[in-house]
Design a protein around this ligand. Structure first.
Ligand code: AMP
Ligand code: ZN
Length: 491
């Protein structure tokens, strides 16, 4: 297949770049996973879906991908700052259970959500609490390289010193002097720091803290940004191919990840940084704190006030894929309902493939149907354009079905394979569930059998035979006996 060169928009250079893995055919992909203190909302699902597509497509292109998506179960403090309570411990206090019960409960719930939306499992799902030693070692390295300092049992990253030699802000484009303005009001509790932009890599634990560990600096917890640096290095090496996450993580989280790696003596860790854009509601980011978020189950049942009705998870998957991952998506009932219709159209379109009779020649342009889909996916995973191409191809399928175009048996096989690869394997949409409703089937057959009985009474044997023969074609056999007619589904 030609036109298979993949281009990825690299947030580090703000350009679409040719994708060339560091060590082909292997690809290291790291995605910042959920903080498991509450259920994942639909905005979170969008970001994880973005990287599900990246994983699926790279795998389809025959790369040997190692996909690491972590679980943040300690160190992420309320309001994403350097002081105050841990999100998980706060929730544990509210629910009056152990922090590790909170972690288990919301990790289970996250896995349920990923199944619901047909997101592939990562190859490794490491947790922050499972990698405390690696994190302590990284803090030590940062101190040894002169970019960390200890104060009262906490260790901070020395951004000012780092910025003398390296480009702090290379990913987010933030400038230190602008940051001063932006963070001035956030200095509360940060008086231990030498410089306002310094960030905690190890935090001394307060007496109330439940999850804490011994370290060379006393009892404490790792800083939020540290886990991703430590775990990505451990499983993907000092330099790896792709690091992903939502746009809101670019700063400070990802900027700090770069600084931590470089500050511990490694090269810049990531070749391609990818950031997914936000799901918004009336233009504002969907987030728990704004109260405009809804949960997967509310979506399915339609129980949230923002929802006019319930939606199938595949409708939502399709809805997200109808936008490029770097654009925002604004939630609306109308848009979801349009996606519902679109997905139905696509699924019933591909069912037509089963009815097409092969011919001696192919009159449609099969190559362009296939190549178009690859070129849009190769253009920074452009799923909306790919979907548009799949719909264009459906027009050809309709013409084939009506006998207005022709296709050979081999080309028909290729066409079927193309559609199932793109729809099920790459876009990860699942076929509609067959409705198995035994009562409904029973009632329907009773109606059909009474019509047949009437036909027989009227000596209309051609109708009664027609009914029996047509049912037999769909594996339902009828048996006439003196008490009437019985039916059976043959396997
Ligand atoms: P969290 O569990 O808060 O650490 O977030 C998990 C992921 O969801 C991160 O990559 C966030 O960037 C992403 N995220 C949070 N809110 C949204 C949103 N409204 N739309 C898209 N992604 C989001
Ligand atoms: Zn992270």
């Amino acid at each position: 297949m030609s036109n298979k060169q993949l281009f990825i928009y690299n947030s580090l250079t703000s350009k679409k770049e040719k994708f060339v893995p560091i060590n082909p055919p292997f690809v290291g992909l790291y995605v910042c996973g959920p903080t498991v203190y509450s259920e994942a909302h639909l905005g979170n699902v969008r970001t994880f879906l973005t990287f599900d597509i990246v994983y699926r497509y790279l795998t389809h292109l025959n790369y040997k991908v190692r996909y690491v998506r972590n679980i943040t179960d300690v160190g992420h403090l309320v309001d994403d700052v350097d002081f105050g309570e841990d999100k998980i411990e706060k929730r544990a206090r509210l629910e009056k259970i152990e922090p590790m019960e909170i972690v288990q409960k919301y990790t289970n719930s996250f896995h349920f959500t990923t199944q619901l939306f047909n997101l592939k499992n990562p190859d490794i799902e490491p947790s922050a609490t499972g990698h405390i030693i690696e994190q302590i070692e990284m803090v030590q390295k940062i101190i040894t390289h002169g970019y960390g300092y200890e104060i009262n049992g906490s260790v901070y990253f020395d951004v000012k010193k780092y910025a003398e030699k390296f480009n702090y802000g290379e990913l987010s484009g933030r400038k230190l002097d602008e940051l001063l303005e932006q963070t001035r009001e956030n200095l509360e509790g940060g008086e231990e720091k030498r410089f306002f932009a310094d960030f905690a890599i190890w935090k001394k634990a307060s007496p109330e803290t439940i999850m804490k560990w011994n370290s060379p600096w006393g009892t404490g917890v790792p800083g939020w940004h540290l886990e991703c640096s430590a775990m990505s290095t451990k499983y993907l090496g000092q330099q790896f191919d792709i690091h992903g996450g939502g746009m809101d993580l670019k700063f400070p989280h990802h900027e700090c990840e770069i600084a931590q790696s470089v500050g511990s003596g490694s090269p810049s860790p990531v070749k391609y940084w990818m950031h997914g854009n936000m799901l918004t509601v009336n233009g504002s980011k969907m987030s728990k704190s704004l109260g405009n978020s809804f949960l997967p189950l509310e979506l399915i049942s339609g129980s949230h006030p923002l929802l006019e009705k319930g939606y199938d998870p595949m409708t939502v998957r399709f809805f997200f894929l109808q936008a490029q991952y770097r654009s925002t998506v604004d939630f609306s009932n109308e848009a979801l309902q349009a996606s519902e219709k679109g997905l139905k159209r696509l699924m019933s379109g591909i069912k037509l493939l089963e009815n097409i009779k092969p011919s001696y020649s192919t009159s449609i342009n099969l190559t362009s149907i296939i190549e178009n889909c690859y070129s849009s996916m190769n253009d920074d995973f452009n799923t909306p354009i790919t979907i548009a191409h799949l719909f264009d191809g459906l027009k050809q399928i309709n013409l084939l079905n009506e006998g207005k175009e022709t296709i050979t048996i081999n080309d028909l096989k290729t066409l079927k394979n193309h559609y199932s690869t793109f729809i099920f394997e790459i876009l990860g949409l699942m076929p509609e569930k067959e409705t198995s409703n035994p009562e409904l089937l029973n009632e329907t057959l009773n109606i059909i059998l009474s019509l047949r009985k009437k036909a027989k009474e009227n000596k209309d044997y051609s109708t009664s035979d027609f009914i029996r023969d047509e049912l037999s074609k769909i594996n339902i056999t009828l048996k006439d006996n003196k008490d009437g007619t019985t039916w059976k589904i043959e396997n």
